[in-house]
Design a protein around this ligand. Structure first.
Ligand code: ARG
Length: 549
């Protein structure tokens, strides 16, 4: 947005000795500023009111009305000037140019279905990738696969006992989930099952070709399903290096810990004692198995060495808060200055209309099922609202999936959510479909008018309250995107999108667009700006922007 503050400061400092940049503050109204004159009273030996009045008399700034009131110097931006500045296309806004951001998100677990519990990490991470990229950063999206652990031994053993290749090929993850649940139940009752599982898990570790082959098959099945979901969500990863990749890189971490005198033995296990009332970090169990945090330490070093990140974000549920606190602390104790660049982007729980989440017992809600159901509902709504729409299937997909994603990204990320598809699909609510529909409405107005962007617009045609409100919401959209990046909070963008739509719809109802002459041209230009901003914002929060709905 145009920097009025600096303009005001640079002009006012000539008439107010001792004025500092911080003395110019944004007043209550959005685009207005003021300078309280009280602090000058002592030095100048005059009343604040007199100082303000004298300064106001001496000061003229193009496009800004200057007034003195009750010891304040008030600056009101003239609407026409504001609009001109807002729509004078400045150079591309790339405040994060040259920065590299690693984003560890979604990070699914092999042989587990892609359930609703992975929705938040996936959409927050995917959206942050788009936001950072748009701001000029180089982004590395990483799916840190959960592909290491004793459960895979259990799965192989279950597959051999009760599974069958044809059924696995046909049913994929459903079969794996059932096998896993069965393994889990039986191993609780029968120690032999658990022992066999341990054997298989050792075989995977030692690279036994049969065991590794089966595991790779489970992995392929899981990723195939996950990638289908990612395509629907408009998400792509740059890396799928999972936990197993880091297993042989743990010894190098242990060496660093050893060299710093940080590695302690406790009952045969390797630990790092931590300060700050944290339990110690468990690096290696007494049976020789490395732990989750050890692989994360190795991954952190790998990322720093390979990407030289300025920030490394982990979009992971809040229940892993302690894990990340410990991880960052160990890196700090190791003396790595970049430990400060690691951030746990935490978020709350999601449930869909009261269903609880537990993969363990097979009581799972698949994300793809939630998306399908939203798309089905969207198709029904579209068939009713616009039966002649071409490309209905594609639009229903965009609207249905978009409703779920936008719903997930609309509240602050830490808030627990209970999802209702009905309200997420409400075309008149604060929803994805509402934003998509407003976008399509803008496009249809433009198409009907046959509007071609014109060079000269008379901005004074947009100074009425309704149009001006829209302008204001577009004017600082770049800064809104930046705020979302700094706060790791895509909802900052989605909320602004809804505000723009609400303001546009008020404008659309109050001001006739097709009214001829310069006014019509200016209103169409505003409509185009709105459409472009909505399309851009929708993409930032992973949604399509259909041209027609
Ligand atoms: N796979 C883990 C889970 O589903 C999340 C991994 C997060 N990333 C990491 N580097 N620890 O809970």
């Amino acid at each position: 947005m145009f920097d009025y503050k600096t303009l005001i400061y640079n002009s006012a400092k000539n008439v107010l000795n001792g004025l500092e940049p911080s003395d110019v503050t944004a007043a209550d109204a959005f685009c207005d500023y003021c300078v309280p004159c009280f602090k000058f009273a002592k030095i100048l030996r005059k009343s604040p009111a007199a100082i303000a009045a004298e300064a106001a008399a001496q000061l003229t700034i193009d496009g800004i009305k200057v007034e003195a009131l009750n010891g304040y110097l008030n600056f009101t931006i003239e609407r026409e000037s504001f609009i001109r500045h807002a729509f004078d296309k400045a150079a591309d806004y790339k405040p994060l140019d040259g920065k590299t951001v690693c984003l560890d998100y979604s990070s699914v677990n092999i042989a587990k279905p892609f359930h609703i519990g992975h929705l938040m990490t996936t959409v927050i991470g995917g959206s942050l990738c788009n936001i950072y990229r748009e701001l000029g950063a180089k982004v590395v999206g990483i799916n840190h696969l959960g592909d290491w652990g004793t459960q895979f031994g259990g799965l192989i053993s279950a597959y051999r006992r009760w599974g069958d290749e044809a059924r696995l090929n046909e049913r994929g993850l459903d079969e794996l989930l059932e096998l896993y649940v069965r393994y889990h139940n039986e191993s609780e009752k029968d120690e032999a099952v658990a022992a066999e599982a341990r054997e298989w898990s050792k075989k995977i570790e030692s690279g036994d070709p049969y065991a590794v082959g089966l595991f790779e098959k489970f992995k392929a099945i899981t990723l195939e399903q996950a990638k289908k979901v990612y395509r629907r969500l408009n998400i792509e990863f740059d890396s799928y290096l999972g936990e197993s990749f880091y297993v042989d890189k743990v010894p190098a971490v242990e060496k660093k810990l050893q060299d710093k005198g940080l590695l302690k033995m406790s009952d045969g296990a390797e630990i790092v004692e931590l300060t700050d009332d944290m339990p110690p970090a468990l690096i290696r169990r007494s049976d020789g198995a490395s732990l989750y945090i050890a692989r994360d330490l190795a991954a952190a070093y790998y990322r720093k060495a390979n990407y030289d990140f300025d920030k490394c974000l982990y979009v992971v549920a809040s229940h892993q808060a302690l894990h990340f606190k410990q991880l960052f602390k160990v890196l700090e104790l190791l003396g790595e200055p970049w430990a400060q660049d690691m951030v746990h982007v935490s978020y709350g729980m999601v449930s869909v209309e009261g269903m609880s989440l537990s993969t363990r017992r097979g009581n799972v809600l698949y994300l793809s099922d939630v998306l399908d159901s939203a798309v089905e509902k969207a198709a029904a709504i579209i068939a009713e609202r616009n039966p002649d729409l071409q490309d209905k299937t594609r639009v229903a997909e965009s609207v249905g999936v978009g409703a779920v994603v936008f719903g997930a990204l609309y509240d602050g990320k830490l808030k627990d959510k209970n999802f209702s598809l009905e309200s997420a699909l409400n075309f008149d609510g604060e929803t994805g479909p509402y934003v998509q529909y407003t976008h399509a409405r803008c496009r249809s107005v433009l198409a009907k008018a046959g509007y071609k962007p014109s060079q000269k617009i008379d901005w004074s045609q947009l100074i009425d309250d309704e149009a001006y409100e829209v302008v204001k919401l577009l004017a600082d959209f770049d800064e809104v995107v930046y705020t979302a990046a700094v706060k790791y909070e895509p909802s900052v963008v989605s909320r602004r999108l809804v505000k723009i739509c609400q303001a546009f719809n008020r404008f659309y109802n109050a001001d006739r667009i097709m009214c001829g002459g310069e006014t019509e041209k200016a209103r169409l230009e505003l409509t185009l700006r709105v459409a472009d901003a909505l399309k851009r914002g929708l993409r930032l929060v992973l949604l399509d922007a259909p041209e027609k709905m």
